[in-house]
Design a protein around this ligand. Structure first.
Ligand SMILES: [Ca+2]
Ligand SMILES: [Ca+2]
Length: 258
């Protein structure tokens, strides 16, 4: 580039008539002009050299900086990889500890639950035995049968039936006049539900205990089904116990049998 500029300036000098036809310098103005031109060119070249050196220095520094940056990045990657490895290792440790703790808690819970179930079943057995004892005491032997006479509260026929079932029995199922007489001597001047009904088919009385026609009837008067009476009571204190149909929703005393 410098040489191209030098040639340009020399050519310009020729145009400025610094040279005669024989190629020799003719005057001092022309010589000084050339010297000045060369000086400027040299100065320019020096400046350019300095710039080139500066650029080369910058380039070297830039390359060094790039290399340092690459080293830093590599170091960062190594650090990050190491940290990730350490972090995953810690996470695995924590997960294993959690699994162990959860397993221990579950085992403890199962142990506790098993123990509690055992205790609960034991308590249930005790309560069942107490209930059986209480129910056994509640039933009274009259003739050849055991009865639980409920004359301290009144219930509908359905509720009375359920009550007796809960006591392991059923509403009284009379089989004979002698049974009724023996039972009647233990009763108060009240009305008591029996297990007989005709709500399945009007006029067809059945024993709720057997599902069959009862073996024994003793009507005070023929059942009249007055106001839709489908459940059978006994009454007639003290010596004239007999049957009557009554509304099932009526609240009466009742007798359980087992
Ligand atoms: Ca009826
Ligand atoms: Ca009636």
């Amino acid at each position: 580039m410098q040489y191209i500029i030098l040639l340009f300036l020399v050519a310009t000098a020729r145009k400025a008539s610094c040279l005669q036809l024989d190629g020799k310098l003719e005057n001092e103005d022309c010589s000084s002009y050339i010297c000045e031109s060369v000086r400027m060119i040299l100065q320019y070249m020096v400046t350019m050299d300095e710039r080139i050196k500066k650029i080369e220095r910058y380039s070297s520094e830039f390359e060094n900086a790039k290399k340092e940056l690459a080293d830093v990045k590599e170091h960062q990657n190594v650090l990050i990889t190491g940290l990730r490895k350490d972090l995953n290792s810690e996470i695995d440790k924590i997960r294993k500890i959690n699994e162990t703790v959860i397993a221990d808690v579950k085992e403890h819970q199962n142990f506790m639950i098993t123990g509690l179930k055992k205790e609960l079943n034991s308590e249930i057995d005790k309560i069942r035995k107490i209930n059986e004892t209480v129910i056994g005491l509640a039933y009274k032997k009259i003739g050849s049968k055991s009865y639980f006479i409920v004359d301290t509260e009144k219930r509908s026929w359905n509720d009375s039936r359920e009550f007796c079932h809960n006591l392991g029995g059923h509403l009284v199922s009379l089989q004979s006049q002698s049974e009724l007489d023996a039972l009647g001597r233990e009763l108060k001047d009240q009305l008591y539900w029996t297990d007989v009904h005709d709500f399945s088919n009007e006029g067809e009385f059945l024993s709720d205990t057997t599902g069959q026609k009862p073996n024994f009837f003793n009507w005070r008067q023929n059942p009249d089904n007055w106001n839709n009476e489908d459940c059978v009571e006994i009454g007639g204190y003290p010596n004239f116990w007999a049957m009557n149909d009554n509304e099932c929703s009526t609240l009466l005393n009742f007798i359980c049998e087992k």
